[in-house]
Design a binder for this molecule. Structure first.
Ligand code: PNW
Length: 468
Protein backbone atom coordinates (compact mmCIF):
# COMPACT_ATOMS: atom_id res chain seq x y z
CA UNK A 1 0.00 0.00 0.00
CA UNK A 2 1.37 3.42 -0.80
CA UNK A 3 0.62 6.62 1.05
CA UNK A 4 -1.91 7.87 -1.51
CA UNK A 5 -4.44 5.07 -1.39
CA UNK A 6 -4.11 4.55 2.33
CA UNK A 7 -7.40 5.55 3.95
CA UNK A 8 -5.98 6.83 7.18
CA UNK A 9 -8.82 7.32 9.62
CA UNK A 10 -12.58 7.73 9.90
CA UNK A 11 -14.41 10.29 12.00
CA UNK A 12 -18.03 9.20 12.29
CA UNK A 13 -20.69 11.75 13.18
CA UNK A 14 -21.15 12.45 16.86
CA UNK A 15 -23.93 14.62 18.18
CA UNK A 16 -22.91 15.98 21.57
CA UNK A 17 -26.50 17.13 22.19
CA UNK A 18 -27.67 13.53 22.07
CA UNK A 19 -24.71 12.09 24.01
CA UNK A 20 -25.71 9.61 26.73
CA UNK A 21 -22.83 10.91 28.86
CA UNK A 22 -22.61 14.60 29.71
CA UNK A 23 -20.20 16.71 27.70
CA UNK A 24 -19.40 19.18 30.39
CA UNK A 25 -16.79 21.38 31.91
CA UNK A 26 -14.93 19.85 34.85
CA UNK A 27 -13.54 21.95 37.65
CA UNK A 28 -9.90 21.63 36.78
CA UNK A 29 -6.88 23.84 37.31
CA UNK A 30 -5.96 26.08 34.41
CA UNK A 31 -3.55 24.43 31.97
CA UNK A 32 -4.79 20.91 32.86
CA UNK A 33 -3.97 18.85 29.76
CA UNK A 34 -5.90 16.10 27.97
CA UNK A 35 -4.46 13.48 25.66
CA UNK A 36 -3.85 9.78 25.17
CA UNK A 37 -1.05 7.26 25.73
CA UNK A 38 0.52 4.50 23.67
CA UNK A 39 3.71 2.44 23.88
CA UNK A 40 6.22 1.56 21.19
CA UNK A 41 5.89 -2.22 21.11
CA UNK A 42 2.11 -2.13 21.30
CA UNK A 43 1.63 0.04 18.21
CA UNK A 44 4.73 0.29 16.02
CA UNK A 45 5.19 -3.10 14.33
CA UNK A 46 8.22 -2.95 11.97
CA UNK A 47 10.38 -5.15 14.15
CA UNK A 48 12.28 -6.74 11.26
CA UNK A 49 15.98 -5.98 11.76
CA UNK A 50 16.69 -6.22 8.02
CA UNK A 51 14.54 -3.26 6.99
CA UNK A 52 14.54 -1.20 10.18
CA UNK A 53 17.94 -1.78 11.77
CA UNK A 54 16.11 -2.59 14.99
CA UNK A 55 17.56 -5.10 17.43
CA UNK A 56 15.67 -7.95 19.02
CA UNK A 57 13.70 -7.42 22.20
CA UNK A 58 12.61 -9.79 24.95
CA UNK A 59 9.09 -9.70 23.48
CA UNK A 60 10.22 -11.38 20.25
CA UNK A 61 11.86 -14.03 22.44
CA UNK A 62 8.69 -14.34 24.48
CA UNK A 63 6.42 -14.75 21.45
CA UNK A 64 8.88 -17.03 19.62
CA UNK A 65 8.50 -19.45 22.52
CA UNK A 66 4.70 -19.09 22.34
CA UNK A 67 3.85 -19.24 18.61
CA UNK A 68 0.08 -19.60 19.24
CA UNK A 69 -0.11 -16.05 20.57
CA UNK A 70 -0.68 -12.77 18.72
CA UNK A 71 2.60 -10.91 18.43
CA UNK A 72 4.01 -7.46 17.66
CA UNK A 73 5.13 -7.95 14.05
CA UNK A 74 2.50 -5.60 12.66
CA UNK A 75 0.81 -4.18 15.78
CA UNK A 76 -0.92 -0.99 14.49
CA UNK A 77 1.67 -0.44 11.76
CA UNK A 78 2.27 2.93 13.41
CA UNK A 79 5.89 2.95 12.23
CA UNK A 80 4.58 3.31 8.66
CA UNK A 81 1.55 5.46 9.52
CA UNK A 82 3.04 7.89 11.99
CA UNK A 83 2.06 11.05 10.12
CA UNK A 84 -1.55 9.96 9.61
CA UNK A 85 -1.76 9.00 13.28
CA UNK A 86 -0.51 12.39 14.40
CA UNK A 87 -3.01 14.07 12.07
CA UNK A 88 -5.75 12.02 13.72
CA UNK A 89 -4.59 12.98 17.23
CA UNK A 90 -4.62 16.61 16.16
CA UNK A 91 -8.11 16.36 14.72
CA UNK A 92 -9.28 14.78 17.99
CA UNK A 93 -8.10 17.95 19.72
CA UNK A 94 -5.57 16.33 22.05
CA UNK A 95 -3.04 18.79 23.43
CA UNK A 96 -0.53 16.18 24.64
CA UNK A 97 0.58 12.73 23.50
CA UNK A 98 2.41 10.16 25.62
CA UNK A 99 4.48 7.55 23.79
CA UNK A 100 7.55 5.44 24.46
CA UNK A 101 10.78 4.98 22.56
CA UNK A 102 12.04 1.48 21.87
CA UNK A 103 15.50 0.82 23.30
CA UNK A 104 16.32 -1.98 20.78
CA UNK A 105 15.14 0.22 17.89
CA UNK A 106 17.57 2.93 18.97
CA UNK A 107 20.39 0.71 20.28
CA UNK A 108 20.04 -2.78 18.77
CA UNK A 109 22.39 -4.39 21.31
CA UNK A 110 21.30 -2.19 24.18
CA UNK A 111 24.73 -0.60 24.31
CA UNK A 112 27.29 0.65 21.82
CA UNK A 113 26.11 1.25 18.27
CA UNK A 114 23.16 3.55 17.61
CA UNK A 115 20.65 2.79 14.82
CA UNK A 116 20.20 6.17 13.15
CA UNK A 117 17.06 5.05 11.32
CA UNK A 118 15.42 4.25 14.64
CA UNK A 119 16.42 7.47 16.32
CA UNK A 120 15.25 9.44 13.28
CA UNK A 121 11.81 7.84 13.50
CA UNK A 122 11.30 9.35 16.96
CA UNK A 123 12.84 12.65 15.94
CA UNK A 124 10.36 12.86 13.05
CA UNK A 125 7.50 11.90 15.37
CA UNK A 126 8.44 14.70 17.77
CA UNK A 127 8.64 17.23 14.91
CA UNK A 128 5.29 16.11 13.57
CA UNK A 129 3.70 16.46 17.03
CA UNK A 130 5.16 19.90 17.66
CA UNK A 131 4.11 21.15 14.23
CA UNK A 132 0.60 19.93 15.07
CA UNK A 133 0.54 21.80 18.38
CA UNK A 134 0.74 18.62 20.47
CA UNK A 135 3.22 18.37 23.33
CA UNK A 136 5.22 15.11 23.44
CA UNK A 137 5.54 13.21 26.75
CA UNK A 138 8.32 10.70 26.23
CA UNK A 139 8.81 7.45 28.15
CA UNK A 140 12.24 5.86 27.89
CA UNK A 141 11.22 2.35 28.89
CA UNK A 142 7.87 0.69 28.31
CA UNK A 143 8.91 -2.95 28.62
CA UNK A 144 10.78 -3.73 25.38
CA UNK A 145 14.21 -4.60 26.76
CA UNK A 146 16.88 -5.50 24.17
CA UNK A 147 17.47 -9.28 24.22
CA UNK A 148 21.18 -8.58 24.61
CA UNK A 149 20.42 -6.88 27.93
CA UNK A 150 18.38 -9.84 29.12
CA UNK A 151 21.42 -12.02 28.44
CA UNK A 152 23.30 -9.91 30.98
CA UNK A 153 20.63 -10.74 33.56
CA UNK A 154 18.00 -8.21 32.52
CA UNK A 155 16.64 -6.11 35.37
CA UNK A 156 18.36 -8.24 37.99
CA UNK A 157 21.65 -6.76 36.75
CA UNK A 158 23.32 -3.53 37.85
CA UNK A 159 25.19 -3.47 34.53
CA UNK A 160 21.86 -3.19 32.71
CA UNK A 161 20.87 -0.30 34.99
CA UNK A 162 24.08 1.48 33.95
CA UNK A 163 23.44 0.78 30.25
CA UNK A 164 19.96 2.22 30.67
CA UNK A 165 21.41 5.55 31.81
CA UNK A 166 23.66 5.56 28.72
CA UNK A 167 20.64 4.88 26.53
CA UNK A 168 18.79 7.76 28.22
CA UNK A 169 21.71 10.02 27.32
CA UNK A 170 21.61 8.98 23.65
CA UNK A 171 17.89 9.81 23.44
CA UNK A 172 18.25 13.02 25.38
CA UNK A 173 21.10 14.31 23.21
CA UNK A 174 18.93 13.85 20.14
CA UNK A 175 15.50 14.91 21.40
CA UNK A 176 16.23 17.04 24.46
CA UNK A 177 16.05 20.23 22.40
CA UNK A 178 12.38 19.58 21.62
CA UNK A 179 10.94 17.19 24.23
CA UNK A 180 10.42 18.78 27.64
CA UNK A 181 8.59 15.99 29.47
CA UNK A 182 10.68 12.92 30.22
CA UNK A 183 9.77 9.73 32.01
CA UNK A 184 12.23 6.98 32.96
CA UNK A 185 10.07 3.90 33.48
CA UNK A 186 6.52 2.82 32.82
CA UNK A 187 5.16 0.74 35.69
CA UNK A 188 8.07 -0.87 37.55
CA UNK A 189 5.57 -3.14 39.31
CA UNK A 190 4.52 -4.75 36.03
CA UNK A 191 8.14 -5.07 34.88
CA UNK A 192 8.76 -7.03 38.08
CA UNK A 193 5.78 -9.24 37.19
CA UNK A 194 7.73 -10.53 34.15
CA UNK A 195 10.35 -11.94 36.53
CA UNK A 196 8.19 -13.36 39.28
CA UNK A 197 5.63 -15.04 37.06
CA UNK A 198 2.69 -13.13 35.71
CA UNK A 199 2.65 -13.81 31.98
CA UNK A 200 4.93 -11.07 30.68
CA UNK A 201 8.42 -11.02 29.14
CA UNK A 202 11.00 -12.19 29.96
CA UNK A 203 8.62 -14.84 31.30
CA UNK A 204 10.52 -15.93 34.41
CA UNK A 205 8.70 -17.16 37.47
CA UNK A 206 10.95 -16.68 40.45
CA UNK A 207 9.16 -14.93 43.33
CA UNK A 208 12.51 -14.39 45.07
CA UNK A 209 13.34 -11.77 42.46
CA UNK A 210 10.57 -9.37 43.50
CA UNK A 211 12.58 -6.92 45.60
CA UNK A 212 15.84 -7.50 43.71
CA UNK A 213 14.27 -6.43 40.41
CA UNK A 214 12.11 -3.68 41.92
CA UNK A 215 15.10 -2.14 43.66
CA UNK A 216 17.36 -2.46 40.64
CA UNK A 217 14.75 -0.73 38.48
CA UNK A 218 14.65 2.11 40.96
CA UNK A 219 18.42 2.36 40.87
CA UNK A 220 18.25 2.48 37.06
CA UNK A 221 15.62 5.21 37.38
CA UNK A 222 17.91 7.15 39.73
CA UNK A 223 20.92 6.79 37.45
CA UNK A 224 18.91 8.00 34.46
CA UNK A 225 17.47 10.99 36.36
CA UNK A 226 20.96 11.95 37.47
CA UNK A 227 22.31 11.61 33.94
CA UNK A 228 19.49 13.64 32.40
CA UNK A 229 19.97 16.41 34.97
CA UNK A 230 23.73 16.44 34.41
CA UNK A 231 23.34 17.30 30.73
CA UNK A 232 23.33 20.92 29.61
CA UNK A 233 19.70 21.42 28.75
CA UNK A 234 18.52 19.70 31.89
CA UNK A 235 17.03 22.61 33.84
CA UNK A 236 14.45 23.15 31.18
CA UNK A 237 13.31 19.54 31.29
CA UNK A 238 10.72 17.91 33.50
CA UNK A 239 11.73 14.44 34.62
CA UNK A 240 9.43 11.94 36.27
CA UNK A 241 8.40 8.31 36.50
CA UNK A 242 5.13 6.49 35.87
CA UNK A 243 3.88 4.01 38.45
CA UNK A 244 0.79 1.84 38.29
CA UNK A 245 -1.04 2.10 41.58
CA UNK A 246 -3.74 -0.29 42.71
CA UNK A 247 -5.20 0.68 46.08
CA UNK A 248 -5.79 -2.31 48.30
CA UNK A 249 -8.90 -1.81 50.42
CA UNK A 250 -9.89 -4.02 53.38
CA UNK A 251 -13.11 -6.03 53.01
CA UNK A 252 -13.68 -5.69 56.77
CA UNK A 253 -12.01 -3.74 59.54
CA UNK A 254 -10.05 -6.83 60.54
CA UNK A 255 -8.45 -6.90 57.09
CA UNK A 256 -6.81 -3.48 57.51
CA UNK A 257 -3.32 -4.77 58.29
CA UNK A 258 -3.35 -7.30 55.44
CA UNK A 259 -4.52 -4.64 52.99
CA UNK A 260 -1.86 -2.20 54.10
CA UNK A 261 0.89 -4.81 53.75
CA UNK A 262 -0.14 -5.75 50.23
CA UNK A 263 -0.23 -2.10 49.18
CA UNK A 264 3.21 -1.46 50.71
CA UNK A 265 4.77 -4.54 49.20
CA UNK A 266 3.53 -4.16 45.62
CA UNK A 267 2.79 -0.49 45.05
CA UNK A 268 3.92 1.85 47.82
CA UNK A 269 7.42 0.38 47.56
CA UNK A 270 8.05 2.82 44.68
CA UNK A 271 6.47 5.81 46.42
CA UNK A 272 8.32 5.04 49.66
CA UNK A 273 11.65 4.79 47.84
CA UNK A 274 11.16 7.98 45.84
CA UNK A 275 9.40 10.23 48.33
CA UNK A 276 10.59 8.89 51.71
CA UNK A 277 14.01 7.64 50.66
CA UNK A 278 13.35 4.39 52.49
CA UNK A 279 11.28 1.25 52.05
CA UNK A 280 8.68 -0.01 54.48
CA UNK A 281 9.47 -2.83 56.94
CA UNK A 282 7.57 -5.42 54.86
CA UNK A 283 9.84 -4.69 51.90
CA UNK A 284 13.02 -4.61 54.01
CA UNK A 285 12.12 -8.00 55.52
CA UNK A 286 11.56 -9.46 52.07
CA UNK A 287 14.82 -7.92 50.85
CA UNK A 288 16.72 -9.55 53.71
CA UNK A 289 15.07 -12.91 53.08
CA UNK A 290 15.80 -12.88 49.34
CA UNK A 291 19.27 -11.34 49.33
CA UNK A 292 18.47 -7.95 47.81
CA UNK A 293 21.31 -5.53 48.51
CA UNK A 294 20.12 -2.01 49.36
CA UNK A 295 22.61 0.70 50.27
CA UNK A 296 22.22 4.27 51.53
CA UNK A 297 23.83 5.41 48.32
CA UNK A 298 21.12 3.62 46.31
CA UNK A 299 18.39 5.25 48.37
CA UNK A 300 19.89 8.70 47.78
CA UNK A 301 19.84 8.07 44.02
CA UNK A 302 16.26 6.79 44.13
CA UNK A 303 14.92 9.69 46.17
CA UNK A 304 16.16 12.53 43.95
CA UNK A 305 13.44 15.15 43.53
CA UNK A 306 11.15 14.67 40.53
CA UNK A 307 9.24 17.26 38.52
CA UNK A 308 6.11 15.17 38.31
CA UNK A 309 4.64 11.79 39.13
CA UNK A 310 2.67 9.83 36.53
CA UNK A 311 0.03 7.46 37.82
CA UNK A 312 -1.53 4.69 35.73
CA UNK A 313 -4.86 3.81 37.25
CA UNK A 314 -7.08 0.90 36.33
CA UNK A 315 -8.57 -0.84 39.35
CA UNK A 316 -8.68 -1.37 43.08
CA UNK A 317 -8.35 -4.61 44.99
CA UNK A 318 -10.30 -5.67 48.06
CA UNK A 319 -8.70 -8.19 50.44
CA UNK A 320 -9.81 -10.21 53.42
CA UNK A 321 -8.01 -10.74 56.72
CA UNK A 322 -5.82 -13.45 55.20
CA UNK A 323 -4.74 -11.00 52.52
CA UNK A 324 -6.65 -12.84 49.80
CA UNK A 325 -8.37 -10.86 47.08
CA UNK A 326 -12.16 -11.01 47.29
CA UNK A 327 -14.87 -9.73 44.95
CA UNK A 328 -17.54 -7.55 46.45
CA UNK A 329 -21.11 -8.33 45.43
CA UNK A 330 -22.30 -6.10 42.60
CA UNK A 331 -18.79 -5.08 41.54
CA UNK A 332 -18.64 -4.26 37.85
CA UNK A 333 -15.63 -5.51 35.87
CA UNK A 334 -13.98 -4.90 32.52
CA UNK A 335 -12.93 -7.73 30.18
CA UNK A 336 -9.64 -7.85 32.10
CA UNK A 337 -11.57 -8.80 35.26
CA UNK A 338 -10.61 -5.42 36.72
CA UNK A 339 -13.19 -3.75 38.90
CA UNK A 340 -14.48 -0.37 37.74
CA UNK A 341 -14.28 1.75 40.88
CA UNK A 342 -13.59 5.45 40.31
CA UNK A 343 -14.34 6.35 43.94
CA UNK A 344 -11.22 4.40 44.96
CA UNK A 345 -9.15 6.67 42.72
CA UNK A 346 -10.29 9.78 44.63
CA UNK A 347 -9.67 8.05 47.97
CA UNK A 348 -6.21 6.92 46.91
CA UNK A 349 -5.13 10.34 45.64
CA UNK A 350 -6.38 12.09 48.77
CA UNK A 351 -4.66 9.66 51.12
CA UNK A 352 -1.39 9.68 49.16
CA UNK A 353 -1.42 13.44 49.32
CA UNK A 354 -1.41 13.22 53.13
CA UNK A 355 1.24 10.56 53.31
CA UNK A 356 3.81 11.92 50.84
CA UNK A 357 5.14 15.26 49.72
CA UNK A 358 4.13 14.81 46.10
CA UNK A 359 5.16 16.74 42.99
CA UNK A 360 2.48 17.62 40.40
CA UNK A 361 0.55 14.55 39.29
CA UNK A 362 -0.64 13.35 35.91
CA UNK A 363 -2.91 10.41 35.32
CA UNK A 364 -0.72 8.96 32.58
CA UNK A 365 -3.01 6.02 31.81
CA UNK A 366 -6.62 5.19 32.55
CA UNK A 367 -8.97 3.11 30.46
CA UNK A 368 -10.89 -0.10 30.05
CA UNK A 369 -10.97 -3.21 27.88
CA UNK A 370 -14.62 -3.52 26.88
CA UNK A 371 -16.63 -5.15 24.11
CA UNK A 372 -17.25 -2.57 21.38
CA UNK A 373 -20.05 -2.66 18.84
CA UNK A 374 -18.62 -2.20 15.37
CA UNK A 375 -21.27 -1.12 12.86
CA UNK A 376 -21.62 0.78 9.60
CA UNK A 377 -22.22 4.08 11.31
CA UNK A 378 -19.32 3.86 13.74
CA UNK A 379 -17.94 2.01 16.74
CA UNK A 380 -20.17 2.21 19.76
CA UNK A 381 -18.74 2.04 23.27
CA UNK A 382 -21.00 3.95 25.64
CA UNK A 383 -19.51 2.22 28.66
CA UNK A 384 -16.01 3.53 27.87
CA UNK A 385 -17.42 7.03 27.48
CA UNK A 386 -19.07 6.74 30.89
CA UNK A 387 -15.92 5.17 32.39
CA UNK A 388 -13.87 8.17 31.28
CA UNK A 389 -16.44 10.63 32.62
CA UNK A 390 -16.57 8.81 35.97
CA UNK A 391 -12.80 8.89 36.31
CA UNK A 392 -12.56 12.57 35.37
CA UNK A 393 -15.21 13.26 38.02
CA UNK A 394 -13.10 11.29 40.52
CA UNK A 395 -10.08 13.41 39.61
CA UNK A 396 -12.18 16.54 40.03
CA UNK A 397 -12.98 15.41 43.59
CA UNK A 398 -9.31 14.86 44.37
CA UNK A 399 -8.49 18.32 43.04
CA UNK A 400 -11.21 19.83 45.22
CA UNK A 401 -9.49 18.06 48.13
CA UNK A 402 -6.18 19.73 47.37
CA UNK A 403 -4.33 17.28 45.12
CA UNK A 404 -2.15 18.96 42.49
CA UNK A 405 -3.39 17.26 39.30
CA UNK A 406 -2.07 18.51 35.97
CA UNK A 407 -3.38 16.23 33.26
CA UNK A 408 -5.15 13.11 32.04
CA UNK A 409 -4.09 10.62 29.36
CA UNK A 410 -6.54 8.00 28.15
CA UNK A 411 -5.23 4.46 27.69
CA UNK A 412 -5.22 4.09 24.90
CA UNK A 413 -5.21 6.25 21.80
CA UNK A 414 -6.08 3.18 19.71
CA UNK A 415 -6.69 -0.56 20.01
CA UNK A 416 -3.30 -2.26 20.16
CA UNK A 417 -1.30 -5.31 21.24
CA UNK A 418 -2.32 -6.01 24.82
CA UNK A 419 0.96 -7.89 25.37
CA UNK A 420 0.41 -11.61 26.02
CA UNK A 421 -3.36 -11.12 25.69
CA UNK A 422 -3.02 -10.11 22.07
CA UNK A 423 -5.47 -8.00 20.08
CA UNK A 424 -8.66 -9.26 21.71
CA UNK A 425 -8.56 -6.88 24.65
CA UNK A 426 -9.32 -3.49 23.17
CA UNK A 427 -8.64 -0.37 25.28
CA UNK A 428 -8.61 2.22 22.46
CA UNK A 429 -10.68 5.34 21.94
CA UNK A 430 -9.97 4.56 18.29
CA UNK A 431 -10.81 1.23 16.71
CA UNK A 432 -8.17 -0.37 14.46
CA UNK A 433 -9.38 -2.80 11.80
CA UNK A 434 -6.96 -5.74 12.04
CA UNK A 435 -7.17 -6.46 8.31
CA UNK A 436 -7.09 -3.01 6.75
CA UNK A 437 -5.46 -1.09 9.62
CA UNK A 438 -8.06 1.64 9.09
CA UNK A 439 -8.62 3.67 12.24
CA UNK A 440 -12.17 4.63 13.22
CA UNK A 441 -12.66 7.00 16.12
CA UNK A 442 -15.06 5.32 18.56
CA UNK A 443 -17.97 7.14 20.19
CA UNK A 444 -15.82 7.47 23.32
CA UNK A 445 -13.12 9.15 21.24
CA UNK A 446 -15.67 11.54 19.72
CA UNK A 447 -17.07 12.28 23.18
CA UNK A 448 -13.55 12.83 24.55
CA UNK A 449 -12.83 15.20 21.74
CA UNK A 450 -16.05 17.18 22.33
CA UNK A 451 -15.31 17.26 26.06
CA UNK A 452 -11.80 18.61 25.47
CA UNK A 453 -13.19 21.37 23.28
CA UNK A 454 -15.87 22.27 25.83
CA UNK A 455 -13.26 22.53 28.58
CA UNK A 456 -10.94 24.60 26.42
CA UNK A 457 -13.78 26.98 25.59
CA UNK A 458 -14.66 27.32 29.27
CA UNK A 459 -11.02 28.04 30.07
CA UNK A 460 -10.78 30.69 27.36
CA UNK A 461 -13.95 32.38 28.63
CA UNK A 462 -12.61 32.39 32.16
CA UNK A 463 -9.36 33.99 31.00
CA UNK A 464 -11.16 36.60 28.94
CA UNK A 465 -13.32 37.49 31.94
CA UNK A 466 -10.39 37.84 34.31
CA UNK A 467 -8.55 39.99 31.77
CA UNK A 468 -11.46 42.43 31.61
C1 PNW B 1 -0.60 -1.04 31.65
N1 PNW B 1 -2.52 -4.43 36.77
O1 PNW B 1 -0.33 -2.30 32.17
C2 PNW B 1 0.45 -0.78 30.60
O2 PNW B 1 1.15 0.42 30.82
C3 PNW B 1 -0.04 -0.85 29.19
O3 PNW B 1 1.04 -1.17 28.34
C4 PNW B 1 -1.17 -1.85 29.10
O4 PNW B 1 -1.58 -2.08 27.78
C5 PNW B 1 -2.31 -1.30 29.92
O5 PNW B 1 -1.91 -1.02 31.24
C6 PNW B 1 -3.53 -2.21 29.98
O6 PNW B 1 -3.19 -3.44 30.56
C7 PNW B 1 -0.92 -2.78 33.32
O7 PNW B 1 -2.63 -5.67 36.85
C8 PNW B 1 -0.89 -4.14 33.52
O8 PNW B 1 -2.90 -3.70 37.67
C9 PNW B 1 -1.41 -4.69 34.67
C10 PNW B 1 -1.97 -3.86 35.61
C11 PNW B 1 -2.02 -2.49 35.42
C12 PNW B 1 -1.49 -1.97 34.27
Amino acid sequence: MNAQNKQAYVFPKFNARRSPVPVRRYNLPKDFVFGASTSAYQIEGAIDPGTTGRGRSIWEDYFAARPHMDNGEVACDHYNRMKEDVAMIKRMGHKVYRFSVSWPRIMPDGTGAVNEQGLKFYSDLVDELLESGIEPYLTLYHWDLPSAMEKLGGWTSRAVAAHFADFAEVVLRRLGDRVKKWCTFNEPEVIVAGYIGDGLAPGLSNPKLRVIVAHNLMVAHGLAVKRIRSLDTAERLDVGIVVNLVPVEPATKSATVAARKMWQRNYAIYLDGIFHGKYSQVVLDEAAATGAVITDEDMALISQPLDYLGINWYLRLVVNRQGRVVKLPGAEETLMGWEICPAALSRMLLSMNKEYKLPPIYITENGAALADTVSDDGVHDNRRMLYTHEHLSAIELAIAGGVDMRGYFAWSLMDNLEWSLGYSKTFGMVHVDRKTMVRTVKDSGMWYSAMIKANKRAEANKRAKSAR
